[in-house]
Design a protein around this ligand. Structure first.
Ligand SMILES: [Zn+2]
Length: 215
């Protein structure tokens, strides 16, 4: 039995058949309820010494940022996940700011899903666009750190929030990266949306098994 982490498998899928096809040094960032990451070095998934590598969601972005589920503070996931965007929107609602989210949300007590965030963003909702921009800036800082540290060929950004709202996030990520990387890293590596969606993990699992059994 072969065991592998689903985010790593998703990254492997994107690297062989998706948005990073053909790349040997690539990083994937997947933004949903949390933020997962995968690192491809020399064409292979980098699992790390204790098989814990790729936890890009727990890269520290702010010294005194919001608390994270991991026990730390200021993690990328605590600032830029769909959960963090949802929290920012709720705080704005509680502060009395007008937002169409309260109208488009079918069940007010329920989760603010990516689809609801997308619909509100399309309507130009100030609260939502602001929350997405804030998340995008943190993702941009995460990418700057990744580029300066690993010098990848390409960065793939995917996950539910990106599939729904990538158009409101990726341009800001690109701007932050353009300004933020070391001079030697300009122009920065391409940052592209994932191509395989939920299928990336299935593709990755097939590729992982095939490649491991072949060696
Ligand atoms: Zn964390």
């Amino acid at each position: 039995v072969l065991v592998a982490n689903d985010v790593n498998l998703g990254m492997l899928g994107e690297a062989r058949r998706g948005a990073a096809k053909g790349a040997r040094e690539a990083v994937g960032i997947f933004v949903g309820t949390g933020i997962g990451g995968g690192v491809l070095l020399g064409g292979r998934i980098w699992e790390g010494h204790g098989s814990r590598a790729g936890e890009i969601g727990h890269m520290r972005i702010a010294r005194d940022g919001p608390k994270c589920g991991c026990g730390g503070v200021g993690c990328l996931e605590a600032i830029a996940s769909r959960t963090a965007v949802e929290r920012a929107i709720r705080q704005a609602i509680e502060a009395g700011r007008p937002t169409v989210v309260t109208e488009v949300m079918a069940d007010r007590s329920g989760k603010i899903r990516s689809g609801v965030i997308q619909r509100a963003a399309r309507q130009g909702d100030e609260v939502v666009v602001e929350a997405l921009t804030h998340a995008a800036e943190a993702l941009g800082i995460g990418c700057v750190n990744v580029i300066n540290f690993l010098d990848p060929e390409i960065i793939v950004i995917g996950g539910g929030l990106i599939e729904a709202c990538g158009g409101y996030i990726l341009p800001t990520v690109a701007e932050v990266v353009e300004r933020g990387v070391m001079p030697g890293a300009r122009p920065p590596c391409p940052i592209v949306p994932a191509a395989l969606g939920d299928d990336a993990v299935v593709h990755g699992a097939a590729i992982f098994a095939e490649e491991r059994l072949a060696t």
